[in-house]
Design a protein around this ligand. Structure first.
Ligand code: ATP
Ligand code: MG
Ligand code: FE
Length: 341
């Protein structure tokens, strides 16, 4: 089947056409960095308005690039949450309108499921169950991915997400927005051992994450004025890597061997993070799978692919499916309204 995917949950507007055999016919993306940069972060109202302006043309461009019309598409997959609600509504209602007008099934995709299944789009050999480190702007979780729609959460962050820590650190160090790539660039010229920073929760029994203390330590290091910015950035990045590695090892010690260790989400674009996790996988004799960088950050190909997987499982949605600002992937998160869910 051929799936049209739509993404608009944060500050990327995107449309893509992906086939069930993993062929990406086209993918179009419009970032909003210039809109939000003056504010040092994503402004929800501005984001929603920008999605309204560009999503239609992006869908047209994606169809034209793929050389198909809406009639040739088998289903429409749109992100229905979690995310900034105004943006989510733009993408979901666009998906509903296209599905209704073309008489095609609608698939309401959880954005996190898009990230979680994206490694299977990149790697046809990746089988369930795999251990997924989902590290993004809003989430930091270890999930056992047992199948489509079957996610067991082993750990989450008790305060900030990993990407949020990168973004806040970038802001504190004056490196600009978006923060993750800026910190990675600055870190390339720094010494990761220069600044002693904490490794919150490292060694603790539950494989949870915490990054708020690290961010405060970065603030203190900056204000002390002893270290150069690249050294602080490199030391921060190393501390995050050490936390991710320790927590992933802890989770691996608690489960039967999965088929692979997988990393996804925007922070998975970080080369130090990828390299360190690849080593953890090697230590455990596991395959390591990380999607290409462009598929790690928000995009519509991963939404189309999650749609393809759901369609194959017979999972489509009615036209009254709601947009959800908050939407945990695992049943445990449905019950517990906790931090980082
Ligand atoms: P979520 O997926 O949790 O809803 P989101 O969609 O905003 O949140 P993503 O687009 O998946 O998140 O990821 C964006 C995050 O990834 C940002 O916090 C960004 O700083 C971070 N990020 C992107 N590239 C890098 C990088 N090279 N190094 C570190 N962090 C990065
Ligand atoms: Mg973004
Ligand atoms: Fe995301």
């Amino acid at each position: 089947p051929l799936i049209l995917g739509l993404e608009s949950s944060c500050d990327e507007t995107a449309a893509a056409l992906v086939r069930g055999d993993r062929t990406i016919l086209s993918h179009k993306l419009a970032g909003q960095e210039a809109h939000h940069a003056p504010f040092g972060g994503v402004v929800p109202e501005i984001a929603a308005r920008a999605h309204v302006e560009v999503l239609g043309p992006l869908v047209e461009a994606a169809l034209a690039d793929a050389g198909v019309t809406l009639a040739g598409v088998d289903a429409i997959a749109a992100t229905a949450g979690p995310g900034l609600i105004g943006g989510v509504m733009v993408g979901l209602v666009t998906g509903k309108a296209l599905a209704l007008s073309a008489g095609k099934p609608l698939i309401a995709v959880n954005h996190l499921e898009g990230h979680a299944l994206s490694p299977r789009l990149a790697d046809p050999d990746l089988q369930f169950p795999y251990l997924l480190l989902l590290v993004s702007g809003g989430h930091c979780q270890l999930l056992l991915v047992e199948g489509v729609g079957a996610y067991r959460r082993l750990a989450t962050t008790i305060d900030d997400a990993a990407g949020e820590a990168f973004d806040k650190t970038a802001k504190l160090l004056g490196l600009g927005f978006p923060g993750g790539p800026a910190v990675e660039r600055a870190a390339a010229d720094g010494d990761p051992r220069a600044v002693p920073l904490p490794r919150p929760l490292v060694g603790s029994g539950e494989p949870h994450f915490s990054f708020a203390g690290l961010k405060s330590a970065v603030l203190r290091a900056r204000d002390a004025g002893i270290h150069a910015t690249p050294d602080i950035a490199a030391s921060f990045q190393q501390a995050v890597v050490d936390c991710l590695v320790d927590r992933t090892r802890r989770a691996l010690g608690r489960i039967a061997p999965p088929t692979a260790l997988v990393v996804a989400g925007g922070v998975a674009a970080n080369r130090a993070v990828r390299g360190a996790l690849e080593q953890v996988a090697a230590e455990h004799g596991l395959r390591f799978v990380a999607p290409p960088l462009w598929l790690c950050t928000d995009n519509a190909a991963m939404i189309a692919w999650a749609g393809a997987e759901r369609l194959e499982a017979g999972l489509t949605d009615p036209l009254d499916v709601p947009a959800r600002a908050r939407w945990p992937l695992d049943p445990e998160g449905e019950r517990v309204r906790g931090a980082g869910v």
